[in-house]
Design a protein around this ligand. Structure first.
Ligand code: NAI
Length: 341
């Protein structure tokens, strides 16, 4: 038992249980030493214990400091606050790492190998917003406050720069909008430039770009970028754009990293339109599991998993419907297990 790694497992909502079960089976076939503590959250938490983020789930992550999480449903507009955002806040998961690599060659954008590092706790996502009533219109004015701090910017930028050095990235691009939001995103830019000069100069090339130009450049010539590092809202948008370059959300994993815990997940949501049909693509959360293996210093297992996904897709030609194939989640998973065993 001493070699096992305790980890919290949150199957989540919608397609969550289908893709998480597939991932657990593949990890078992790989021989990954995780000792799972299964917990609930999101809509599942509301339905069974009246809480989208039950205390038992929080206690489990506090103990294991490591979680694999399926997507959690969040009501749009009213209702409860996103459990994903609350988890990030609770465990101070300040860095969101979203790599995008081409796995299926021959698409519109080939040979993509990019990583977006997004600040996960500050900016316009802090939830300070409200409406102002004027006359009979309760929603006459909407207001939001964004907060970025030097300390918050610095720890995220430091994480990104360290990651660039340890993973051999050649170029890091700071994405901002300091021409318009001079203070809110200027502080992030200023902190990044200062940190680079002081500690990282010469270890990689540093570039800066304004968010709107960045979006255009990513579509015209994504190969000019290597790592993008940016504030919360811009990172949220750009990481979906980058996921689109490599075949969509079904292929995009994400890691939420903090000083006290790390939570790994797919970038996509609970896909209620296909939930229960057995056709979901489990690759995004499988790639998140590979990131989790890297995080736990099991890089050989992570590589075996990534290679097996590649071979199942490109040698065995077994793909789910979103990738133009006919395989069910179960058929894809069985083929992948044959490759990792
Ligand atoms: P979504 O990502 O769930 O679905 C968008 C489209 O992509 C749908 O057509 C869906 O069928 C498809 N899709 C997503 N993942 C897929 C997969 N693995 N295989 C095949 N097709 C896939 O986004 P949507 O519909 O906007 O959100 C649904 C719910 O998920 C919402 O309640 C939202 O708040 C939540 N959500 C949760 C996230 C998380 O837990 N990290 C992230 C994003 C959304």
């Amino acid at each position: 038992m001493s070699n096992t790694i305790p980890a919290t497992l949150i199957p989540g909502d919608g397609i969550g249980p289908e893709i998480v079960d597939a991932t657990v089976a593949v990890l078992a076939a790989l021989g990954a030493p995780f000792e799972w503590d299964r917990q609930i959250a999101g809509l599942g938490g509301v339905e069974s214990v009246g809480d989208p983020l039950p205390k038992a789930t929080l206690d489990s992550i506090r103990r294991t400091r490591l979680a694999l999480k399926g997507p959690l449903e969040t009501p749009t507009g009213g209702g409860y606050r996103s459990s994903n955002v609350r988890l990030r806040e609770e465990f101070q998961l300040y860095a969101n790492l979203r790599p995008a690599q081409t796995i299926i060659p021959g698409g519109r954008f080939d040979k993509i190998d990019l990583v977006v590092v997004r600040e996960n706790l500050e900016g316009l996502y802090i939830g300070h917003e409200h409406y102002v009533k004027i006359d009979n219109d309760p929603h006459a004015v909407a207001m939001a406050t964004g907060i970025n701090t030097r300390a918050g910017s610095r720890r995220l930028l430091e994480y990104a720069f360290e990651h660039a050095v340890t993973t051999g990235r050649k170029k890091v691009t700071i994405v901002h909008k300091a021409n318009i939001m001079k203070a809110l995103t200027g502080i992030f830019l200023e902190t990044g430039l200062e940190l680079y000069e002081r500690k990282y100069k010469g270890q990689f090339e540093l570039d800066t770009v304004i968010i709107d130009a960045c979006a255009m450049k990513l579509v015209l010539n994504p190969w000019q970028f290597d790592m993008l590092v940016t504030t919360n809202l811009f990172g949220d948008i750009l990481s979906d754009l980058v996921a689109g370059l490599v075949g969509g959300l079904g292929m995009a994993p994400g890691a939420n990293i903090g000083a006290d815990a790390a939570i790994f997940e797919a970038v996509h949501g609970s896909a209620p339109d296909i939930a229960g049909k057995g056709i979901a693509n489990p690759i995004a959360i499988l790639l998140a599991a590979a990131m989790m293996l890297d995080h736990c210093k099991l890089p050989d297992m992570a590589t075996r998993l990534r290679t097996a996904i590649d071979q199942t897709l490109n040698v065995d030609n077994i793909r789910t419907g979103d990738l133009g194939g006919k395989a069910s989640t179960a058929e894809f998973t069985a083929a992948l297990i044959r490759r990792v065993s």
